[in-house]
Design a protein around this ligand. Structure first.
Ligand code: ATR
Length: 271
């Protein structure tokens, strides 16, 4: 890779980002197209300063991750309707100092699921009612799914469900919900809750597809349990890959080299 005076800079902001898999995917995509650009990880507590830095230094694009996806919105010049409805920005584009924000997490959720099954008209239970759930519910309802939201704190499930026209319940009432696709958006399965599944194993039999948005170097407990029960499974790396492909296209207006990005992601995830 050539780095010189005209190399363009992209990156991810968040905390922590030291183990982010995004640099591997985006740098592989730039290299594939011969684009003179690099993508780095910037660990920061300040989305305001990161936005200033992008304007001052001419950083062309930023991925935004936890905990800045909501707060970054105050420091942008423009936010598209999608990001506004989801209430979070995960992608920023800088056009001569004008920062625009969008959200590609919903594309990640929809495309990762669509790769294994039809979505329109399907009954899907989404576990969780936080920021990741919002993006998934936005995407799945737009794609024509009938979504049920199950969350530990039932009031939060109710608020999200009313906004997007879904049904809802507590996480402990899962056995009474009618659905054949299950998506976990809770943080159960992430450190420090790794090796824990948000769903009792006996509940998994009735789901034809189980998708997790949690990812790590190993399969989550939910995914290994679901495999054992004969469900088709979609690990969290798939959502990460599809949202990154959409980011790459938003920044560069070129087709994301999907297989190249996938290979880079899987290599980085097992490193
Ligand atoms: P994110 O932006 O990643 O979605 P978040 O907005 O903090 O993160 O949401 C975390 C989600 O995981 C919430 O739905 C949370 O449930 P509550 O609304 O009841 O807090 C869920 N969650 C976190 N820890 C959990 C646990 N131990 N058991 C069940 N759900 C859990």
């Amino acid at each position: 890779m050539r780095i010189d005076a005209s190399t363009e800079l992209f990156g991810i902001i968040g905390r922590p980002v030291g183990h982010s898999l995004s640099p591997a995917m985006h740098n592989a995509a730039f290299e594939h197209w011969g684009i003179n650009a690099v993508y780095l990880a910037f660990e920061t507590d300040s989305p305001a300063k990161a936005a200033d830095a992008a304007r001052t230094l001419g950083i062309k694009g930023l991925s935004v991750t936890v905990p800045h996806k909501e707060t970054i919105m105050d420091f942008l010049d423009e936010i598209d309707e999608t990001a506004r409805q989801i209430g979070a920005v995960n992608t920023v584009k800088n056009l001569e100092g004008h920062l625009s924000g969008t959200n590609t997490d919903w594309i990640g959720a929809v495309e990762a699921l669509r790769a294994v099954t039809e979505i329109k008209g399907r009954r899907i239970v989404v576990l969780g009612a936080g920021g990741s759930a919002r993006a998934a519910v936005y995407g799945l309802t737009r794609a024509g799914a009938l979504v049920h939201i199950a969350n530990r704190t039932v009031e939060k499930a109710g608020r999200l469900a009313r906004e997007f026209g879904c049904s809802f319940s507590g996480l402990d009432e899962l056995s009474q919900t009618e659905a054949d696709i299950l998506i976990n958006t809770t943080s159960v399965g992430m450190t420090p809750l790794q090796n824990i599944s948000p769903v009792p194993e006996k509940e998994l039999d009735r789901f034809s597809v189980v998708m997790d948005i949690v990812y790590g170097s190993k399969k989550t407990r939910l995914i290994t349990d679901a495999e054992r029960h004969g469900c088709r499974t979609v690990p969290g790396t798939q959502m990460l890959l599809h949202q990154a492909a959409a980011q790459f296209e938003y920044w560069t207006e070129r087709q994301a080299p999907f297989e190249v990005m996938k290979k880079a992601l899987l290599e980085a995830a097992t490193r």
